[in-house]
Each structure stands twice: as structure tokens, then as C-alpha cells.
Design a protein around this ligand. Structure first.
Ligand code: A3P
Ligand code: MG
Ligand code: MG
Length: 376
């Protein structure tokens, strides 16, 4: 049995609360999570005409993997311990959170009404009063992402190289000896600085985590100085412009969801030569694209997001604590999005749940340690 929800319909304005930061964490070069700001970077202007191919052969590239929630769940536990221990009553803070998700997944959900090409799949569980979303990628899909062509790999390096030129370990550029001017250090995609925020879409509180590229001038422990860095091909004619305006939808929601107020786009040549830099205020982007050929309206996305949540709430059954034993079938739901159509949802069978667990110590896709901690 599967249920369907279509993306098209009349719009309603849906409120979205300004995201509030709960905590940050860093991944070290060994990709170990630590609750520090060791991976925090500061924005600096990149050198004019920078060569984005620089350092390509020294890129330490983290392999693609399943989009597990584990790090975010560690952040949830840490926040919960802090907030519950200070609370006057014994109510659990986590019960107020409707959804726990990585920012990338929420971006895909909210931009679905305008997505014409790429479908996606999610695994969904309801544990306590909270939905957990995990991007579903089959083993084949993960393997596919690890076998990019040389050119795809280079194009994606340009984005990271731009991040290196635009960031420094201090608010002022520190020139690194033995490197080209303005280089911020060799790219290691194991290292990331992440922010976890709380926000609210209509009546549902969301807890969202995502990577933040850098901050401008100083870190305030809030999201107000966050900066998102992007690269894009230089715009040459009207068709390129419409394509860029469409891309802005993803840039917009990616930043909006974490409360990132500023996006800096480096336009580049196909060969990786940096051209002009353009600074966007996130809140102004919807107005900029209104009435243009690649136009979109965030109201449509938020309205869809609200209906998507209501749809899940009407169908998904909770994980009951007695069902912990792996003998029992754990309720894990699979949401499938088809561009231009909408989503369907269906309960996974035993083989599906086994695939999601992937032989690991998990209940559905939630780590056993997490379920034990929340349950206790
Ligand atoms: P660009 O977006 O500038 O091309 P993010 O912009 O989210 O901080 O990601 C940093 C870089 O990671 C991107 O830079 C791009 O090079 C690479 N990247 C992110 N998502 C990707 C995807 N879905 N496919 C390929 N590369 C991706
Ligand atoms: Mg990033
Ligand atoms: Mg970026």
C-alpha cells in the first residue's frame, strides 16, 4: 500500500521562524566529530583571477557515504542533556521537536515543487513525537557517486578551491608560505564546521544541522555572520541567466534553513579561472528572481513543505518501544519523490529494513545507542 501527495495546488502563506543556533561542532582531518569550533573559517576576499585548479592533486577527498544521521543525533543528545537538566519540570525538550534532519534533505523537500530533473528517496521514522529523515541511497547509488569522471571531479574541486581562496583561519588573510597568493590551505573535505539550529515551519519545530562555509569578521555564536560560498559558470547570455536564477532557488533554501544571511558567488570559466564575485543577501533573493524567466516563489515551497509534513503525520505510525527487539518489524517508511508529480510513501518490508540497517547496530536507521539514550 502506498499513499501519494501531489506538488501542485493553490498557495497559502506559511510562517517560517528565524533559525536559532543550538550548538556547533567540527569534523577533524580524521573526520572525528568534536564539539569545538576547530574547523571554523573566516571570510576573506579571494584574489582576482584566481586559478581554481590550484592544489587539485593534493585534494584529500572524503569518500561518499550513506547520509546517516549519527552526528546530528549526537548533537541532539548533547542539547537535550543541557536543556533537560536545567528545566524546572521533568518534561523532555525533545518532545517539542517535530523533525530532525540534515539541511540538505530539508532543501530537497522544500524545493521539490520546482525540481524537474532529480528524484530522491528518504527513509522516515517516527520515534517518540519526532520524525527522523534520512536520505536513502542504495549501495549502487553510493558506488556511482564514488566513480565520477575526471571532469566531474575537477568541476566539484573548483567549488572547494573557491572556499579555500575565500577563507582563512583568522579574520585577516594569513599568507601561507610556499603557496600561490591568497590560498587558504589545501582542500581536505573531511574537515567541516557545522551548525545545528532550531526553527519552525507552520506549527512544526525543526531541528536542522548543516555545514557552514565561513563567518564574516567574527563569530557571534549566532547565525548572523554566517556566509555561504558558491561557484557558478560566468553568465554569458539570457539562457545562462535563467539557469542561474533557477539555481538560486537551491542556494536560497540551503542558506535560509540554517539562517545564513549572506551568499557569495564566485563566477568562473569552464577552465576554473575565477571572474567576478557577487554578494547576495539571502532574504533579497526571492524578490530578485520575481518576474524573471527562471522565476520561483518560496511561498510555494513552504506551503508544499507544510502539506508534506501533514501528509506524513496522517500516515506514519510510531516506533513503539516494545518493538525494539530486532525480531519485530521496525516501522521505517520510504518516501519517493518524482519530479513534476509529487511524493509517495510506503512502509518498508523486512528486506527493506534490513537494507536500511546495513548490518549495523541499529533500529531501523537510528543507532541503537541513540534509541537507548532517548528511551532511558
Ligand atoms: P559549489 O556549490 O560552489 O560548486 P556547498 O556549496 O554546499 O558548500 O558545497 C561545496 C562544494 O561541494 C560545491 O561547491 C561543490 O563543488 C561540491 N558539491 C556539493 N554538493 C554537490 C553535489 N550534489 N554534487 C557535486 N558536488 C557537490
Ligand atoms: Mg559548504
Ligand atoms: Mg558552499
Amino acid at each position: 500500500m502506498s499513499y501519494a501527495l501531489a506538488t501542485e495546488r493553490q498557495l497559502q502563506t506559511v510562517p517560517f521562524q528565524q533559525p536559532q543556533q543550538l550548538l556547533t561542532f567540527s569534523y577533524t582531518p580524521d573526520h572525528e566529530l568534536e564539539f569545538t569550533d576547530s574547523a571554523l573559517r573566516y571570510y576573506v576576499d579571494p584574489p582576482a583571477g584566481a586559478d581554481l585548479r590550484y592544489g587539485y592533486d593534493r585534494w584529500i577527498k572524503r569518500p561518499e557515504e550513506r547520509g546517516r544521521l549519527d552526528s546530528l543525533l549526537r548533537a541532539v543528545c548533547r542539547t537535550r542533556q543541557k536543556l533537560n537538566s536545567g528545566a524546572a519540570d521533568s518534561s523532555d525538550w525533545l518532545r517539542s521537536i517535530g523533525i530532525v534532519s540534515w539541511r540538505g534533505v530539508m532543501t530537497k523537500i522544500l524545493t521539490a515543487p520546482y525540481e524537474e530533473r532529480d528524484g530522491w528517496e528518504l527513509n522516515v521514522m517516527l520515534f517518540g513525537d519526532t520524525f527522523y529523515f534520512e536520505e536513502h541511497s542504495s549501495d549502487d547509488r553510493v558506488a556511482e557517486r564514488n566513480t565520477q569522471t575526471a571532469n566531474q571531479r575537477l568541476q566539484s574541486y573548483y567549488g572547494y578551491s573557491f572556499e579555500s581562496y575565500c577563507t582563512s583561519s583568522s579574520p585577516n588573510r594569513v599568507n601561507l608560505p610556499g603557496h600561490v597568493d591568497g590560498w587558504g590551505g589545501d582542500v581536505d573535505t573531511n574537515v567541516q564546521w557545522c551548525s545545528v539550529v532550531k526553527t519552525k515551519l507552520a506549527n512544526t519545530r525543526l531541528l536542522i544541522g548543516g555545514e557552514v562555509d565561513c563567518v564574516r569578521d567574527r563569530y557571534t555564536k549566532k547565525t548572523d555572520t554566517f556566509v555561504e560560498l558558491k561557484t557558478s559558470l560566468t553568465i554569458r547570455h539570457a539562457q545562462d541567466e535563467a539557469r542561474f536564477e533557477k539555481k538560486l532557488l537551491k542556494f536560497y533554501f540551503q542558506s535560509f534553513l540554517l539562517g545564513v544571511p549572506e551568499i557569495i558567488v564566485g563566477f568562473r570559466s569552464p577552465q576554473g579561472r575565477l571572474g567576478t564575485i557577487q554578494r547576495f543577501k539571502t532574504v533579497e533573493i526571492p524578490r530578485m528572481v520575481r518576474g524573471k524567466p527562471g522565476a520561483w516563489d518560496p511561498v510555494k515551497c513552504l506551503d508544499w513543505g507544510k502539506r508534506f509534513i501533514a501528509f506524513l503525520q496522517s500516515i506514519v505510525t510510531p516506533l513503539l518501544l516494545e518493538e525494539h527487539s530486532t525480531e519485530q518489524l521496525v516501522p521505517v517508511w520510504r518516501v519517493k519523490f518524482t519530479p513534476g508529480t509529487g511524493v509517495t510513501i510506503a512502509l518498508l518490508d523486512k528486506a527493506g529494513v534490513d537494507e536500511v540497517r546495513a548490518g549495523e547496530d541499529r533500529i531501523g536507521f537510528l543507532p541503537k545507542w541513540y534509541v537507548d539514550e532517548i528511551h532511558s
